[in-house]
Design a protein. Structure first.
Length: 271
């Protein structure tokens, strides 16, 4: 123990000498140099607040937790447009007398720290991620109404095309891969399985629409299996997708699948 203490004092003396006349600030600069490896800057695009008319909150939370764990710098955005409609989530029915704004509702999830999607640029970010929820099919696009003939919000289309052109990764989960299928010709995505399988995959018909949009659908699991086969990584287009709540399964499986998607998006940034 005495020898260890002596070596420890010697090390401290060496560090003080290395700091030179700067004293404590010299040591601070040494620590600062260790932080020069910049973390990935990731944009998260929301579509409201609530699974049936906006962003699926559990998916958004999972994305944010895994980005935090991965050391990413996160900025949130949403289009400043009216929602398609408002759903009373306790009844699963439209609230006819209500109207809400996508950006304002998304601010609930972002804890107020959110900007209009019009301000999102590739120059300020290394990747972009779209959580799911029906908002992606109702507010970010018209897929819920028009299927393969859907239109994508102008700003959403711009963001997808800009990140793709810049060679920066795009992550999508649940229903949001339809956005990439519509905008990025020939992209490979997954929304899980292509058959309902007794209700386990209640939205399996989405896979057929994705094919009609000209994209390639890849069958994937949402749960951990060996060898691990989720998410789907389209390395050519740098598009990473995972089924999430397209599958009726336990919440921790959704969380883990989204974590794998986030991990692969961060890996593709090279940071």
């Amino acid at each position: 123990p005495l020898a260890m203490l002596t070596r420890g004092r010697a090390l401290c003396t060496a560090l003080r000498r290395a700091a030179g006349p700067l004293g404590p600030s010299g040591l601070a600069s040494l620590h600062g140099s260790a932080r020069r490896c910049r973390s990935a800057r990731v944009a998260v695009v929301l579509s409201g607040c609530g699974v049936y008319d906006g962003t699926e909150i559990h998916e958004a939370s999972a994305v944010l937790v895994h980005l935090s764990r991965g050391g990413a710098e996160v900025h949130m955005y949403a289009p400043d447009v009216p929602q398609m409609h408002v759903i009373d989530h306790s009844k699963g029915q439209p609230a006819e007398a209500e109207s809400r704004n996508v950006l304002v509702e998304s601010a609930r999830i972002a804890r107020g720290k959110i900007a209009s999607l019009a301000k999102l640029t590739t120059a300020d970010h290394d990747a972009v991620i779209f959580p799911g929820g029906f908002g992606a099919a109702k507010n970010l696009s018209t897929f819920a109404v028009d299927g393969k003939d859907c239109k994508v919000n102008r700003e959403v289309e711009r963001v997808l095309k800009d990140f793709h052109k810049a060679g920066k990764p795009i992550g999508l989960c649940c229903i949001s891969p339809v956005l990439a299928a519509k905008v990025l010709s020939g992209a490979e995505v997954t929304v899980g399985h292509e058959e309902e399988e007794g209700g386990k995959w209640p939205y399996a018909g989405t896979a057929g629409a994705i094919k009609e949009l000209g994209a390639k659908h890849c069958v994937k699991e949402v749960t951990i299996s060996f060898p691990v086969n989720f998410p789907h990584v389209d390395t050519k287009n740098k598009v990473v997708t995972t089924p999430a709540f397209m599958c009726e399964t336990e919440l921790h499986n959704i969380f883990d699948g989204i974590g794998a998607m986030v991990k692969n998006v961060l890996k593709l940034t090279g940071k």
